[in-house]
Design a protein around this ligand. Structure first.
Ligand code: FES
Length: 258
């Protein structure tokens, strides 16, 4: 298969970027999208052209590193699929494919297709943890959990933190990511001690990072490679509202006094 690629090239965060055109020929339909990018880079290197910088790690759809907007869609044309799980047979021979980085003020482009997603790390650091006692491992059945609750928590825990939700949102909101992280901990008994403190801290950090606000476009849900539901945003909003009643001014002080 032969393709014409229009790829965003940018030297660093402080310089302007632009789309550059490359032809790739003799690509097997069984080739993954990232393998096709590897082949392009090998051929560019042979010609002494700087290879295209892009993120990847597991290439199994579990780490969330492969962040590319392909023909205007985060992770490309196939629903519920990360870029690394996309194959060239999903395109037509002769296609022109436009490849860009995530676009969000909170995700600055560091080089070509790589963006800085450390804002997500800081949201997690703000409250994405549970308090556990050190010592012997507890008996797994000591805390019974309703199967429907466990299922819902696992649905939220599917979030791989890739940032496609932010890239797809017209407002650059990170509500789907933050709500998935808040919910997978807040649904389980082990996550209850910090539940309301957690939602306040993570929402405040999300806002401090410069992400936009949710307007219910639901583009995030459509773009999510793990098909995480926007119902988690509603759940996070309800928890946040409750937290303002339970912890009106000082989350930590109120929690400690309970
Ligand atoms: S490289 Fe890990 S999810 Fe794509």
């Amino acid at each position: 298969m032969n393709f014409t690629l229009r790829i965003w090239r940018q030297t660093d965060a402080n310089t302007d970027g632009d789309l550059e055109t490359y032809k790739v020929q003799d690509i097997e339909p069984t080739c993954s999208f990232l393998e096709m990018m590897d082949i392009l880079n090998e051929r560019l290197t042979e010609r002494n052209v700087e290879p295209v910088a892009f993120d990847s790690d597991c290439r199994e759809g579990i780490c969330g590193m492969c962040s590319m907007v392909i023909n205007g869609k985060p992770h490309g044309p196939k629903d519920g699929t990360t870029t690394c799980q996309l194959y060239m047979r999903h395109f037509e021979d002769g296609d022109e494919i436009t490849i860009e980085p995530w676009r969000s003020a909170a995700f600055p482009v560091t080089r070509d297709l790589i963006v800085d997603r450390s804002a997500f790390d800081r949201i997690m650091q703000a409250g994405g943890y549970v308090t556990v006692h050190s010592g012997p491992k507890p008996e797994p059945n000591a805390i019974p959990i309703e199967p429907s609750i466990a299922e819902e928590a696992l649905d939220a825990a599917c979030c791989i933190g890739c940032g496609a939700c932010v890239a797809a949102c017209p407002n650059g909101a990170a509500m789907l990511y933050t709500s998935a992280k808040v919910s997978h901990l807040g649904l389980l008994p082990q996550g209850q001690p910090e539940r309301f403190e957690r939602v306040q801290k993570m929402v405040h950090q999300m806002e401090a990072e410069g992400f936009g606000s949710c307007r219910n476009y639901a583009e995030c849900e459509a773009a999510c490679p793990k098909e995480i539901s926007i119902k988690f945003i509603g759940r996070m909003n309800r928890d946040f509202l409750k937290s303002t009643l339970i912890l009106p001014n000082n989350p930590r002080g109120k929690m400690d006094s309970q």
